[in-house]
Design a protein around this ligand. Structure first.
Ligand code: PEP
Ligand code: MN
Length: 348
């Protein structure tokens, strides 16, 4: 249930409602928007009729059920979009953030040259896999700790905050010591032990949509993170499995707009994994921008034909520069206010 407070509700009235929610056996999550305060009562087993009775309490405008199974990620609970700060770079503030870098960190030379090239071209965050989820155990599995150390070093040298994937709860402290944002990959979207562990870290999480996950399941995975105490989550649409075989996955573009409509969390697209083809990255990135995405994550390699993972979908430096240039036009046509307007429309 959500308890919408009146615009002029006093702090005392808000605190009273929070207490009553707790007495009824629920957890109270408070969202203070620019206009009004919303108290969400979440959890199971509490006394719903006691919440309903709060409609008569001072300062309360209305008590309404939360329509969706996800609660804290819902726009109903928090109409204003969330802004996630990743090492000083803001995702969800109306700008279009480009995250770029190799699928896997392969060597010092590879990650340093790529970081420099993507920064010059306009990327705001650097990606690079240290622990790789590979379909076959015989494929390159990532450099592990060595890659994390290189990411730390390159961050200092080039000045781009770093995103890397976490696959195991055991690696949490280690990866938190090196990365600015932790990626939960598509294959681990419903690894609930991992989600529970990451709910208690201080770093923001990039939560990719599972290849066979519905939008509802994706948002419920994000709910684990928020319910456990980590509000800094960015959703990433990275393509789903369909009957189509010409592309590695089917980038579900409408899901970007839907996720933004249903949730206040920022949403980005991954056209690299979403299509598996470097030729499709420019057009699908433009489409994501037009749909109101808060950014993209793209794979870039100094020499894609030599890449140890995902070469076919990786851009070389000049290809990445061309994608950035092709994005400049639609972003000029859809400036900050466009994103803001979309968010407001979605909330209504
Ligand atoms: C990746 O980012 O390299 C990756 C493995 O992503 P996904 O989980 O979307 O397949
Ligand atoms: Mn990859």
């Amino acid at each position: 249930m959500i308890i919408n407070m009146n615009e002029g509700a006093t702090e005392q009235e808000i605190q009273h409602v929070i207490e009553r929610v707790r007495e009824a056996g629920f957890r109270a999550h408070v969202t203070r928007g620019t206009e009004r305060c919303i108290v969400a009562a979440v959890g199971s087993g509490g006394k719903r009729h006691e919440l309903e009775a709060l409609a008569a309490a001072a300062g309360v405008a209305e008590v309404v059920p939360i329509a969706q199974p996800f609660k804290l990620v819902s726009r109903q609970v928090k109409p204003e979009g969330t802004v996630v700060d990743v090492g000083g770079v803001k995702i969800g503030d109306g700008s279009f953030v480009v995250i770029a870098g190799p699928c896997s960190v392969e060597s010092r030379e590879q990650i340093f040259s790529t970081a420099e090239a993507v920064k010059v071209a306009g990327a705001r965050l650097l990606r690079g896999g240290a622990y790789k989820p590979r379909t076959s155990p015989y494929e390159f599995q990532g450099l592990g700790v060595e890659a994390l150390r290189l990411l730390s070093e390159v961050r200092k040298h080039v000045g781009l905050p770093v995103v890397t994937e976490i696959m195991s709860t055991e690696d949490t402290d280690l990866i938190c010591g090196h990365a600015d944002m932790l990626q939960v990959g598509a294959r681990n979207m419903q690894n609930f032990a991992l989600l529970r562990r990451l709910a208690s870290v201080k770093k923001p999480i990039l939560l990719k949509r599972g290849p066979s996950a519905s939008v509802k399941e994706w948002l419920l995975a994000a709910e684990y993170l928020l319910a456990g105490g980590n509000p800094n989550v960015v959703l990433c649409e990275r393509g789903i499995k369909t009957f189509e075989t010409e592309m590695r996955n089917t980038l579900d573009l409408a899901a970007i707009a839907l996720a933004r409509e249903l949730s206040h969390l920022p949403v980005i697209a991954d056209p690299s994994h979403g299509t598996g083809r470097r030729s499709l990255i420019a057009p699908t990135s433009r489409a994501a921008a037009a749909l109101g995405a808060d950014g993209i994550i793209v794979e870039v390699h100094p020499c894609p034909e030599r890449a140890l993972s995902d070469g076919a979908q990786s851009l070389d430096f000049s290809g990445f520069k061309a994608v950035m240039e092709s994005l400049a036009e639609p972003l000029r046509a859809a400036p900050v206010s466009h994103h803001r307007i979309n968010r407001t429309a979605a909330a209504n």
